[in-house]
Design a protein around this ligand. Structure first.
Ligand SMILES: Cc1cc2nc3c(=O)[nH]c(=O)nc-3n(C[C@H](O)[C@H](O)[C@H](O)COP(=O)(O)OP(=O)(O)OC[C@H]3O[C@@H](n4cnc5c(N)ncnc54)[C@H](O)[C@@H]3O)c2cc1C
Length: 610
């Protein structure tokens, strides 16, 4: 790191980008912004490693832009000149300059509005769970079965194998925190439990921001817990196009039921967040199909809120440990090597340094991006990382005359399924920080979040899509390059989905909508729907996703599938994949239910119990 210079430039940027919000805002928005600068610097340090140096260089290059204008670098200019330079850069014809500004602006916005989230936040138990297993530096480990990655795929696999009496080692790159180590959906959670602090991007003509969990329990620790079984027509598509065996609805039923039982999947019934109910009411008014989605949530009258969201650290991880399984957190696997009948895992522990682990069988459950990256880094490439799929999602912030959001309001649970499987509409987390990020394309109106966030909520339109992407490791870097290409149909479907979302939000009483489309203006009535493009503009829509899969599809169709119907890598002995990578195509619904049921099915198949 370049020490003072970079710090000074980031600090100057943070002051300049935050200053407009201090004017008449609550005291939390006032200077000094030292914590904000520290937050932006921490997020920079977490950033995807191949972007870190270019962003550092570009930020320093930006600092020099003050020289021709005022003979001094940006960071030592007076505030009015700084603001002018920022405005010029935001409108620059050069995409990378605009991207740099957007990156800093989103980090500052997140940090600044995250302060509002902290008001009324209950104290969190931030300590990591003491590591269950700490090998001495240089010590080598052996086990019968190693599972890499402890998200839903890995945790369920490891638990069922350990409960069957196998000697299982579960290796996880991230730290081991309890569910209550931080407030759900807070900045602390991003820093503790997200990969790269949540700043990850799939590159393409239209970039798509995505996020992954990196902690014991993986994505299950940070998600909303919305549960769907895999739709039967999707299972049929996998059977017919990928020749997947044992995948009919009735084959999968016992696995869905087991996971639903183990995670207490249930309907909330009442007490829904008002913002979620709004969507439901709007859909009913239009005669559209809308439903409450079940969640993994255990009712418990002794808990604040009447219960507790479930996750892997609440369920399968403790069961795994009770069954005698060994868990190795803070240990990143870099490469796999097969010698004779044995596998050697090359890993590095945060506290132990390089580690070698010998095992007979190996399950890779590192998630849809990291699993193909690890396999390719280990020379295993057949249909690996060539067919990444996701649910591209566009967001809209809606403002209502009445109050729809409040601190700790809970997770919205309604989804509009009228247009499924092509697209679904839903409501998402609407804390001030998330609302402010949703308003990034409407900076003039960001003040509304500051003053009026309780009247605002985030909504999304998520498409099944037909585009696809690739995952490739980059020599010398640990983070892989993810590329994604949306098709023309995807842009059209996103356009249609955005229009339907706007329609339902006006139907439920919204008085202003702010879509995540660059250079768009707010929609103030149904008449404004005519201004929405039929097809979302390439490169100008700010898309995101939290659903990634299909990077190592399963099936007996060797022209398409990386692994067989039960997860074994084609042509490689004792090597299995068990995570979201297996899904042949997008499920069109929240995917964790499918990931869990497949992990359950494949573990039982491995044990000869199917
Ligand atoms: C914010 C968010 C909200 C979501 N909401 C929902 C929802 O409501 N409902 C739903 O169904 N789905 C939801 N999802 C998606 C769901 O969480 C994922 O589909 C699911 O977690 C995928 O499970 P997995 O086992 O494939 O991988 P992951 O959960 O990604 O777990 C992979 C694990 O492997 C570890 N790992 C990776 N590489 C290595 C390595 N080299 N060495 C060691 N360990 C490694 C990672 O740190 C991670 O912990 C959400 C996801 C996110 C991010």
């Amino acid at each position: 790191m370049s020490g003072g210079w970079f710090h000074d430039t980031v600090s100057a940027l943070a002051y300049s980008l935050a200053a407009p919000h201090a004017a008449d805002g609550p005291p939390d928005f006032a200077p000094p912004y030292n914590d904000l600068t520290a937050f932006v610097l921490r997020m920079h340090a977490e950033m995807t490693d191949y972007l870190r140096t270019p962003v550092l260089a570009a930020t320093l290059g930006f600092d020099l832009m003050g020289l021709p204008r005022a003979g001094r670098p940006f960071h030592s200019l007076p505030p009015d000149l700084r603001s002018k330079i920022i405005d010029v850069c935001k409108k620059s014809p050069i995409g990378s300059i605009r991207d740099l500004m957007r990156l800093h602006e989103s980090l500052v916005t997140l940090g600044l509005f995250g302060r509002l989230d902290e008001l009324d936040a209950p104290p969190a138990n931030r300590a990591e769970v003491p590591p269950p297993l700490t090998p001495a530096p240089g010590e080598n480990l052996t086990c019968e079965i190693a599972v890499i990655g402890s998200g839903p795929g890995g945790a369920i696999t490891a638990c069922l194998l350990a409960e069957a009496g196998r000697d299982v080692l579960l290796i996880e790159e991230g730290p081991f925190y309890s569910l209550e180590s931080c407030r759900p959906f807070s900045l602390q959670e991003m820093e503790q439990k997200y990969r790269n602090g949540g700043v990850t991007i799939a590159v393409g003509k239209t970039k798509i921001a995505y996020v992954e969990g990196r902690c014991v329990g993986g994505g299950s620790e940070i998600n909303s817990g919305l549960y769907h079984r895999t739709p039967p027509d999707i299972l049929e598509e996998w059977r017919s196009e990928f020749d997947v065996e044992g995948i009919t609805d009735s084959d999968m039923l016992p696995h869905f039921e087991a996971c639903e039982r183990d995670l207490s999947v249930s309907l909330r019934g009442d007490g829904h967040p008002p913002a979620s109910l709004k969507l439901h009411e709007g859909a009913l008014r239009l005669g559209w199909h809308s439903l409450e989605v079940p969640r993994w949530y255990r009712r418990d009258s002794t808990q604040v809120g009447g219960g507790r969201r479930q996750s892997m650290t609440e369920t399968f991880i403790p069961r795994f440990l009770r069954a005698g399984g060994r868990l190795l957190p803070l240990t990143r696997v870099s490469r796999l090597q097969q010698r004779g009948g044995e596998w050697t895992i090359h890993a590095r522990g945060r506290h132990t340094g390089p580690l070698h682990i010998a095992t007979r069988a190996l399950f890779v459950s590192a998630g849809a991006v990291q699993t193909p990256a690890l396999l390719r880094r280990s020379g295993i490439t057949g249909h690996v990382g060539d067919s990444l799929r996701m649910h591209p999602t566009i967001k809209v912030v809606a403002r209502f005359p009445d109050q729809v959001s409040s601190a700790g309001m809970g997770v919205p649970v309604h989804q509009v399924k009228e247009f499924a499987p092509a697209f679904s509409l839903g409501c998402s987390i609407s804390s001030p920080a998330y609302l402010a990020i949703g308003m990034m394309d409407h900076p003039k109106y960001l003040g509304e979040v500051r003053h009026d966030w309780q009247h605002m909520a985030n909504y999304y339109a998520m498409i099944r899509g037909e585009g696809s992407g690739t995952v490739r490791p980059l020599p010398g870097f640990s983070d892989p390059l993810v590329k994604y290409r949306l098709t023309g149909n995807d842009h059209r479907t996103l356009g249609e989905a955005l229009r339907k979302l706007a329609e339902v939000l006006f139907a439920c009483g919204a008085d202003a909508l702010y879509p995540s489309v660059a250079n768009s203006s707010p929609l103030l009535s149904r008449d404004d729907l005519a201004r929405l493009p039929d097809s979302l503009p390439v490169g100008l829509s700010n898309l995101m996703t939290i659903h990634l899969f299909s990077s190592c599809p399963m099936g007996e169709n060797r022209r398409k599938a990386a692994v067989n119907s039960f997860g074994q890598v084609h042509g490689v002995k004792n090597l299995f994949v068990s995570d979201a990578s297996l899904l042949c195509t997008p499920p069109g619904v929240n995917p964790q239910g499918t990931v869990m049921a497949l992990a359950h099915r494949n573990a039982l198949h491995y044990l000869g119990k199917l």
